[in-house]
Design a protein around this ligand. Sequence first.
Ligand code: UDP
Length: 326
Amino acid sequence: MPKILVTGGAGYIGSHTVYHLLRAGYDAVVVDDLSRGYRRNVEAARLREFDLRDTERLTRLCREEQFDAVVHFAAFIAVGESMQKPEMYFGNNVGGTLSLLEAMEAAGVRRLVFSSTAAVYGFPERIPIPEDHPYAPVSPYGESKLMVEKILGWLDRSSGVRSIALRYFNACGAEPGSGLGEEHDPETHLIPLLFRAMQTGQPVTIFGDDYDTPDGTCIRDYIHVSDLASAHILALDALIGGGKSDAMNVGTGAGHSVLEVLRAVERVTGSKVPCATGPRRQGDSSALVADSGKLRRTLGWAPRYLSLDEIVATAWEFEKNRGGKQ
Ligand code: UDP
């Protein structure tokens, strides 16, 4: 079975992808510096704990292991933080990728699945968003991902590195029974924050209720993390089978407002979620919904989780078992 290097495999989406890769029989080695991920998300024997920018060590690993392909998750992901610390975002997200590409080149590894984002589109002109929509990121985070996509485009031409960039919409939920789930420190994502508000009684702030949407709150495409993981495995298989470079959206195609997500959390948990309306968050688009037709047609992908309540229920299962652990 193919052997895969997973960078950032101790994080939320990375650890779910490793979980599904192993269950599908792939071999996987994780490189993660644990600056944002959690040791408990990866079996000790699989983890190599170091910063991707240690090109020498990464090259050694790639040469020793002779990976068939790489899935590259390792990156900083908080939009707000990227506005405060752009150099940190470009340094890690672009610098880390360049180091990885150098190590891959030295070891002759030429297939990469890259974690990209809907943030490359900025404030979209139309919904659902197709991949050929103009790129106009509005944060250093989104820009750093677009820069990597462009670098990958040039490498495809110059050195035959084949890559598939998967542009995620809003990852959420958890694989039941895996012990894995969404946890960030500090937490900035909506669903974990709704649980926290419910548990602590401290209201969650709704970032704006004056958007041009039916209930005035922002609309997002919430995609279950295991459906994201399955897209990675299909992309890997395509590249290993000789497929060409591409970029594809990963979302369900359905949009839900912040208030709809809040109501779903209330239905699933049976508890009220205290909330207060605050100002808009800088950089938020009113609606981000994927046209994922390309992924469906090209790789035969289909999401298993289509109901918001079902997705939230998997997240709640994780949250209950986690019991506030950090
Ligand atoms: N959101 C909110 N309050 C919060 C966190 C998020 O109203 O405390 C909204 C945010 O404006 C966005 C949606 O919830 O419309 C999802 O935000 P999240 O940060 O989870 O993901 P993003 O869309 O930024 O990738």
